[in-house]
Ligand binder design. Sequence first.
Ligand code: AMP
Ligand code: FE
Ligand code: FE
Ligand code: ZN
Length: 283
Amino acid sequence: MTSIDLHCHSTASDGTLTPAALVRAGAAAGLDVMAITDHDTTGGWEQAAAARPDGLRLVRGAEISCRWHGVEPGIPLHLLAYLFDPAEPLLAAELARMRADREHRGERIVAKLRADGVPITWDEVRGYAAGGSVGRPHIAQALIRAGLVRTTDEAFASAWLGARYAVPKKDLDVFEAVAAVRAAGGVAVFAHPRASKRGRVVPDELIVELADVGLFGLEADHEDHSPAERAQMRDLAGRLGLVVTGSSDFHGTHKFVALGANTTAPEVFEKIAAAATGVAVLG
Ligand code: AMP
Ligand code: FE
Ligand code: FE
Ligand code: ZN
């Protein structure tokens, strides 16, 4: 059986395995195809490609922080972008802008926490990100170190990063994101479209509109989706002519999910690979 996991994070963003360790772990877990999809960065691509074990096919991608402005305030959402050209100027500039904004926003969250006497520092948090795309899980790590919460999930409760110490990022408009990914020769898949534990989710009407402008698929099989939500996404994808993917959204020890916990069908992977013109699948 072919095992395909199209959504995995490394230390280039908020995962805890280096890109090299990630691809090795993918092979060790029995994956045949794995995608590296760090938040707003292609920073892990080179190391992952260099360390790729024989027999593991590597899809280079990213998870793009987007926002839908159809309601006020806008709803954040994530797009998985696969096999795009990382040198395409518009997309590269937007990713760089968002990484810079992640630094400002992280610093502001830490300042808010410190104003309430929480003993963590921006230097500590930045150290956990180790030059990668900084995110709230790195702040969560500092809160765990300070003994204020026990897990990343607890740090996302409303008393902490979920609401009380929330500062929005300046995400990319989702329509601009789909256009930019396509212009870079990539394929866009809507990540965990029904993950309501992270906050508000978008209506089906938006997914219909995104399908019209070139969205390629929906990540239906994701640990944050109930069986009913997976079925709804499968059904909607079928009606709109979109592919359906499944993936672990592996983050190392920042989450409990294992590599290959959810997988994508081989024919869907082949469709994604065939539709992309930015960079090739490696291996
Ligand atoms: P950020 O990218 O800085 O907005 O942080 C969001 C990231 O935190 C997500 O990509 C997840 O990897 C992680 N995370 C872990 N637990 C949660 C949670 N309960 N809600 C939202 N994000 C979470
Ligand atoms: Fe993440
Ligand atoms: Fe995500
Ligand atoms: Zn993810």
